[in-house]
Design a protein around this ligand. Structure first.
Ligand SMILES: Cc1ncc(C[n+]2csc(CCOP(=O)(O)OP(=O)(O)O)c2C)c(N)n1
Ligand code: SF4
Ligand SMILES: [Mg+2]
Length: 287
C-alpha cells in the first residue's frame, strides 16, 4: 500500500456506458475516494460485482475485479477474502442482485461477518433489464411488470441485515459526495461485514425515487446526533420504516471478522504482484 494514492488511480480506462445522470457514477466515485482515503491502492483491492447496470462497476474501476453471476457476488467476495485476507474486498451490486436473487446469500454473508464492504446501489428498480419492479420498489410503483404496482410492501434491507446479525449497517446517497465517501470509508474500516445501502437513482426508469425525492426526505444521522453503538436506537430507527436515513445506523464495536476466528491456515493465493493492470483481461480469458 502506498500513501500517495489518489482516487483517480482507481479509475479504469473504460468509458462508463451508464446513462448520463445515473446515480451509479456518484456511488463509484465515493467508493474510489474512500479506498484512497483509507490507504488502499489498486494492487490490494478486489472488486466483485453483480449483474445489472450497477454490476458494470468492476469494469470501470482499476483494481482486481470479477464480474460475477447474478446474485452471487457475495459468495465470490467471501471466497476472495478468505483466500487472501490481505486484500481489501469490495462487493458491489444492485437491489435486485442483492435482495432478490441474491437474498439468501446476503443473509448468510451478513451472519458470517466476513471482513468485506458490501455496497448495494439501490435504485428501487431493475435498471439493466429496462424497468421492472425490484424488491425495494414501492408498493404502488407502476412498471411494465407491475401495471398496478407490486402491491407488496418493499423489502427493508436494513432490517434484513439487522435480523441476520449484522455488525455494521449504513445507508448513503450517491449524490451527497462528501457524506457518501465518508460512510463508505467507515464501512471499509469496520472489522467485519460493512454493509452500505446506497440510494443511487435510476434517472431512466424510476420517476418516483428521484434525486429530488431523496434530497427532500433524507435525514442525516450525523446531524441528528445518532449514536451508532446504541443497538436499541438503531433497531427502532430501522424498523420504523417511514424515514429515509443517511449515515451509520449500527456498528458493533466488539465485531471480530470471520477470518480471524475461522481463517485460512495456509496460503491459497497465487496472484502476482502488480497484476491489477491486466486483471479484467484475466477475467475475460477465464470466461
Ligand atoms: C440468473 C439470472 N436471472 C436473470 C437475469 C436477468 N437480469 C439481469 S440484471 C437483472 C436485474 C438487475 O437489477 P438490479 O440488481 O437492481 O441492478 P440495476 O440494473 O438496477 O443496477 C436481471 C433480472 C440474469 N442476468 N441472470
Ligand atoms: S438504466 Fe438506470 S440504472 Fe441503468 S445506467 Fe441508466 S440510469 Fe443508471
Ligand atoms: Mg436496481
Amino acid at each position: 500500500m502506498s500513501s500517495d494514492v489518489r482516487f483517480t488511480d482507481f479509475k479504469s480506462d473504460k468509458q462508463p456506458t451508464w446513462c448520463p445522470g445515473c446515480g451509479d457514477f456518484g456511488t463509484m466515485n465515493g467508493m474510489m475516494k474512500a479506498l484512497a482515503n483509507t490507504g488502499n491502492d489498486p494492487d490490494n483491492t478486489f472488486v466483485v460485482a453483480g449483474i445489472g447496470c450497477s454490476g458494470k462497476i468492476g469494469t470501470y474501476m482499476h483494481s482486481y475485479a470479477l464480474h460475477g453471476v447474478h446474485g452471487r457476488a457475495l459468495p465470490v467476495g467471501t471466497g476472495v477474502k478468505l483466500a487472501n485476507p490481505d486484500l481489501e474486498v469490495m462487493v458491489a451490486g444492485g437491489d435486485g442482485d442483492g435482495y432478490s436473487i441474491g437474498a439468501g446469500h446476503f443473509v448468510h454473508a451478513v451472519r458470517r461477518n466476513v471482513d468485506l464492504t458490501y455496497v448495494v446501489m439501490d435504485n428501487r428498480i431493475y435498471g439493466l433489464t429496462k424497468g421492472q419492479a425490484s424488491p425495494t420498489s414501492r408498493e404502488d410503483f407502476e412498471t411494465s411488470t407491475t401495471p398496478e404496482g407490486p402491491q407488496q410492501p418493499p423489502v427493508n434491507p436494513l432490517a434484513l441485515a439487522l435480523a441476520s446479525g449484522a455488525t455494521f449497517i449504513a445507508q448513503s446517497f450517491s449524490s451527497d459526495a462528501l457524506r457518501h465517501a465518508e460512510i463508505i470509508e467507515q464501512a471499509i474500516e469496520h472489522d467485519g461485514f460493512g454493509f452500505v445501502n446506497v440510494f443511487s437513482p435510476c434517472v431512466t426508469f424510476n420517476d418516483v425515487d428521484t434525486y429530488d425525492y431523496f434530497r427532500d426526505s433524507l435525514v442525516d444521522l450525523k446531524e441528528a446526533d445518532h449514536d451508532p453503538h446504541d443497538y436499541d436506537d438503531a433497531k427502532e430507527k430501522i424498523l420504523e420504516g417511514d424515514k429515509e436515513y443517511m449515515g451509520v445506523l449500527w456498528q458493533d464495536e466488539e465485531s471480530v471478522p470471520y477470518h480471524q476466528t475461522h481463517g485460512v491456515t495456509e496460503d491459497m493465493t497465487d496472484i502476482p504482484d502488480g497484476a491489477a493492470d491486466g486483471s479484467m483481461d484475466l477475467v475475460r480469458e477465464f470466461y
